[in-house]
Design a protein around this ligand. Structure first.
Ligand code: PAF
Length: 285
């Protein structure tokens, strides 16, 4: 496995591979890798000749400076994991390498990028599109892999790919959970042991809501989830929306779509840590 820090070096290496007819898989990450990322990388390794994993904490997608500062950075451990699971190239550039000057491009895909995370983290998806589009242009992958924990992010990236006509396939990969249900997230490392136990109630409530939904309306289910989680000390729901899995528009009735997903963001603990999760009530893609 090679670790590359500059765009020029990465492009040169990938051009050699492309000329040999090799396919390229890209897994964009911000590091602090866990088993969720590993599942994306393993899938890319299975499906492509060359797998590139980018490790870059992208400043333009953080609308909160403190959040950016406290984001975990563990490049050495990340590289050890990536080597073990068969990644070929780690691309770990500096901020000035990626943004030699400020990126002023504006990506806008309403309503997909305006609801939920878009509403509470203004500019976040613009930053995600800036970095992901740069990575797509640098790496020119055949396939790119993203985790479904960031369900809305995948919808926004798909909109950008269609808009910019990038010739690649977006491969969504299922959420990976701890055996007790907690969705894996780099932010989990910021939780104390006690907070982690409290955070478990998020996935537990979402799973229980699948049963509740069978005998209740969509609106009743939505508020049941919000009220159940808010009743737990140390948790505060920022939003819970039950949406159409493609358009991400909010739904009022279970009959209004055949692809229904509940997306939640919860603040956990005193600092607090912002955790996201989602659950599929109906699935048809
Ligand atoms: O999902 C993430 O970790 C980031 O948003 C991504 C896609 C790597 C862009 O920085």
């Amino acid at each position: 496995m090679e670790i590359v820090h500059t765009i020029k070096e990465l492009k040169t290496k990938l051009q050699v591979q492309r000329e040999k007819g090799k396919t390229i898989g890209l897994v964009p990450t911000m590091g602090a890798l866990h088993a969720g990322h590993a599942s994306l990388v393993k899938r890319s390794v299975n499906e492509n000749d060359v797998t590139v994993v980018s490790v870059f904490v992208n400043p333009t997608q953080f609308n909160d400076k403190k959040d950016l500062e406290k984001y975990p950075r563990t490049l050495e451990a990340d590289c050890e994991l990536l080597e073990r699971i068969g990644a070929n190239i780690v691309f770990a550039p500096s901020v000035s390498e990626v943004y030699p000057e400020p990126d002023t491009r504006v990506f806008s895909y309403p309503p997909t990028d305006e609801v939920m995370e878009g509403r509470f983290r203004p500019g976040h998806f613009n930053g995600v599109c800036q970095i992901v589009s740069k990575l797509f242009m640098i790496v020119e992958p055949n396939k790119a892999y993203f985790g479904e924990k960031d369900f809305q992010q995948i919808a926004v990236i798909k909109a950008m790919v269609a808009d910019q006509k990038y010739p690649l396939e977006i491969c969504p990969c299922p959420i990976v959970r701890e055996t007790d249900g907690l969705a894996l997230s780099s932010r989990n490392t910021l939780l104390s042991e006690a907070e982690r136990k409290i955070a478990l109630n998020i996935s537990k409530t979402l799973f229980e809501s699948l049963e509740y939904a069978k005998t209740h309306t969509l609106t009743e289910t939505k508020y049941w989830v919000i009220n159940t989680i808010n009743a737990i000390e140390g948790l505060e729901v920022q939003y819970y929306e039950i949406v159409d899995g493609k358009s991400l528009s909010s739904l009022n009735d279970w009959r209004d779509s055949d692809y229904i997903v509940g997306c939640i963001t919860v603040f956990c603990g005193s600092i607090p840590v912002r955790l996201i999760d989602n659950i599929k009530y109906k699935e048809s893609k």
